[in-house]
Write a protein that binds this ligand. Structure first.
Ligand code: FPP
Length: 238
């Protein structure tokens, strides 16, 4: 089987899953967060090298305040316990997105976790937090402009695709080979727009908290059976 090197997931359906069980949305988020840990382990065991999950988008701030608060508390707890998980699973953790808008204690936990896990060479787990792809591209272009002003990049240089990739939050990480979205929606929702130029998409009706290791294997099998016409950088491979 052709195992994708990088799998990106849009976690969707925590709320609908909880509703189907007569439970509050926050219960869906709690179980969704637990499932993230399980799928990380399965991904590592399958030989996937990079897993990127959409945990909180720049648009998610518009949800009711108590729901945002509950999600932030879940993330807070997850980041605290994640050191032990990273050590146990030889997992490197990175956070992508605009961290500056997150609470200071969350920013500190992220910095500690990234530093603590930086040399683990099993799965690299990327969490997209306060992430929006258009915002990421905008920040990258502004960073390039400011490096041009300060002379780090010679002024008047042409902006290249490589330059943009190198200034994204995902710099140094290969583009996703496979993108999975759970819960029946079939859109990108401002996720990794630049990075998904050649990515295969897989959609499933299963809600995120019910998405199992077997579901991940099914997605990888479908991916593996597809004839990829283009390589990651656009070169024709078949
Ligand atoms: C998706 O379901 C929910 C989110 C994208 C926000 C919360 C995410 C988590 C709790 C996962 C936590 C991640 C880590 C890394 C611990 P939804 O609420 O959009 O579901 P719905 O479409 O059914 O309402």
């Amino acid at each position: 089987m052709n195992i994708p090197e990088h799998v990106a997931i849009i976690l969707d359906g925590n709320g609908r899953w909880a509703k189907s069980k007569g439970m509050p949305r926050t219960y869906g988020h709690t179980m969704g967060a637990k499932n993230v840990e399980k799928i990380c382990r399965c991904a590592g065991e399958m030989g996937i090298k990079y897993l990127t999950v959409y945990a909180f988008s720049t648009e998610n701030w518009s949800r009711p305040g108590d729901e945002v608060g509950a999600i932030m508390d879940l993330l807070r707890n997850y980041l605290k316990t994640c050191k032990a998980t990273a050590e146990k699973n030889n997992m490197r953790v990175r956070v992508i997105g605009d961290k500056s808008a997150l609470a200071e204690d969350i920013q500190r936990s992220i910095a500690e976790l990234e530093e603590f896990s930086k040399d683990y060479d099993g799965l690299t787990f990327q969490i997209a937090l306060n992430y929006g792809s258009r915002d990421e591209i905008k920040r990258a272009v502004n960073a390039i402009l400011s490096e041009m002003k300060s002379g780090v990049i010679p002024e008047g240089s042409e902006i290249t695709e490589e330059m943009i990739s190198a200034h994204l939050d995902t710099a140094g990480i290969p583009d996703p080979d496979l993108l999975i979205r759970t819960s029946g929606e079939e859109r990108l929702s401002n996720y990794l727009l630049w990075q998904c130029a050649y990515t295969e998409f897989y959609f499933t009706d299963v809600h995120w908290p019910a998405f199992t290791g077997d579901e991940l294997k099914k997605a990888v099998e479908v991916y593996s059976s597809r004839q990829r016409r283009f390589g990651k950088t656009g070169e024709q491979v078949s």
